[in-house]
Design a protein around this ligand. Structure first.
Ligand code: CDP
Ligand code: CDP
Length: 212
């Protein structure tokens, strides 16, 4: 596996992990998987079927039958979908169904960049590079607020901050693959960094780790 470079990026909502993952993938010529989209797509399947988001059996079936086309639905990016994804993602059968999908993606010949909550801990525990991206909740709420306004979605900053705190708490406290820092991950705090500065820091870390 000498040539394959797997970069695992985890962190809470709106820490900037997706933006960073995309840029690192482009920089290193690697495929990128936003694993949050898989959980969002499971939630959207339930919503479209008028099923209860807390129906573990229905969620498990939706995850097992997930098709790639679902992942390009623009509704996946809506604010309510992050919350809905967080609910279905605590079902162990949902996580198990999506695990093989993610592993197949990561096992490509060149490597890959994956971002999510449990990439460094569960999906790719042997990744050569693991980054854990953090930022203060208030700054993350400002970023998400700006993003949603840009897409014409109305929401107050206070409501988004409440969303973020609730999602942090649920994602960190669940029994199945909780959000936590892998012991060999490098923590990058982007509270005071814009996307360019965060990218520069991340490339420096990747260069240092890949030659280990
Ligand atoms: O972009 P944002 O961080 O707001 O959300 P996301 O990455 O699309 O993830 C949505 C939800 O899916 C998260 O709150 C997690 O509960 C869940 N998720 C997960 O459990 N494991 C992953 N690898 C990725 C997402
Ligand atoms: O994937 P995740 O939910 O962690 O965050 P994101 O969607 O990559 O980033 C949320 C917003 O913060 C985007 O609009 C980014 O442009 C912005 N941002 C960033 O990604 N990185 C920074 N260091 C600062 C802001």
């Amino acid at each position: 596996d000498g040539a394959a470079l797997v970069i695992a990026i985890d962190g809470p909502a709106a820490s900037g992990k997706g933006t960073l993952a995309k840029r690192l993938a482009l920089h290193y010529g690697l495929p990128h998987l936003d694993t949050g989209l898989l959980y969002r797509a499971v939630a959207l399947t339930l919503i479209d079927a008028d099923a209860d988001l807390d129906d573990a059996g229905a969620a498990a079936r939706a995850a097992a039958d997930l098709s790639a086309e679902r992942l390009s639905d623009p509704r996946l990016r809506e604010r309510a979908m992050g919350e809905a994804a967080s609910r279905v993602s605590s079902v162990p059968e949902v996580r198990a169904a999506l695990l093989s999908w993610q592993r197949r993606f990561a096992d490509g010949p060149d490597g890959a960049v994956l971002d999510g909550r449990d990439i460094g801990t569960v999906v790719c525990p042997a990744a050569r590079v693991k980054l854990f991206i953090v930022a203060a909740p208030e700054e993350r709420a400002r970023r998400r607020h700006r993003e949603l306004l840009g897409r014409g979605e109305e929401a107050t900053l206070a409501a988004i901050l409440a969303d973020i705190r609730a999602r942090d708490a649920r994602d960190s406290s669940r029994a199945a693959a909780p959000l936590k820092v892998a012991e060999d991950a490098v923590v990058l705090d982007t509270t005071e960094l814009d996307a360019d500065a965060a990218f520069a820091e991340a490339v420096a870390i990747v260069e240092r780790l890949r030659s280990r």
